[in-house]
Design a protein around this ligand. Structure first.
Ligand code: 4NP
Length: 153
C-alpha cells in the first residue's frame, strides 16, 4: 500500500500523519510506503515544525528527517490512497485530479474515524494543540492499518 498524507504547509499535520502511519507499518512489517506533501509549496525543503517534531518524539517517533514538498499531479499515479487534513486541502488536491480514478483516491483523514462527517484535523500552526492533533491522526492511522493490512496478508 502506498499512502500520501496532505496538508497545507507539509510542516505540521501531514508530517505527523506520515510518521505515525510509517511507524505502524514498520512495527507490523506491512511494507507500506508512506509520504506527505503540502498543497502550498511554501515550506519546500523545510524540516517539520519544531512543535510537530517534539510531539512525535514524546510518542517515540522521529520525524526530523522529513522535508516539506509540494503536492504533485504525479502523486495521483504514485499513491493508492491520498488523505487530506481539511476541506481546503480537499478542494486544492481535487482541483488537480485528472479523472474520477484520481478523485476516488482522495478523502479527509478524519472520515476514517468519523465516516461521512467531513471533519477537519485543525491547523495547529497558529492555534497550537499539537498533542490533540497527534491523537486524532493516530486514531485514524490505527484504523487505516486495520482496514487495509488485512487485504495485504
Ligand atoms: P500544516 O500547517 O498545513 O499542518 O503544515 C501550516 C503550516 C504553515 C502555514 C500554515 C499551516 N503557513 O501559513 O505558513
Amino acid at each position: 500500500m502506498k499512502v500520501l498524507m496532505v496538508c497545507l504547509g507539509n510542516i505540521c499535520r501531514s508530517p505527523l500523519a506520515e510518521g505515525i502511519l510509517q511507524n505502524l507499518s514498520n512495527e507490523q512489517g506491512l511494507g507500506w510506503e508512506v509520504d506527505s506533501a503540502g498543497t502550498s509549496g511554501w515550506h519546500d525543503g523545510a524540516q517539520p515544525d519544531s512543535r510537530s517534531i517534539a510531539v512525535a518524539n514524546t510518542h517515540n517517533i522521529d520525524i526530523s528527517r522529513q522535508r516539506s514538498r509540494k503536492f504533485l499531479v504525479s502523486d495521483f499515479d504514485d499513491f493508492d490512497l491520498i488523505y487530506v487534513m481539511d476541506s481546503s486541502n480537499f478542494v486544492n488536491v481535487n482541483k488537480l485530479a485528472r479523472s474520477q480514478a484520481d478523485t476516488d483516491k482522495v478523502d479527509l483523514l478524519l472520515n476514517v474515524t468519523h465516516p461521512g462527517m467531513n471533519k477537519a484535523v485543525p491547523d495547529p500552526y497558529y492555534e497550537g494543540g499539537f498533542e490533540g492533533v497527534y491523537q486524532m491522526i493516530a486514531e485514524a492511522c490505527d484504523l487505516i492499518v486495520k482496514k487495509y493490512a488485512i487485504a495485504k496478508v
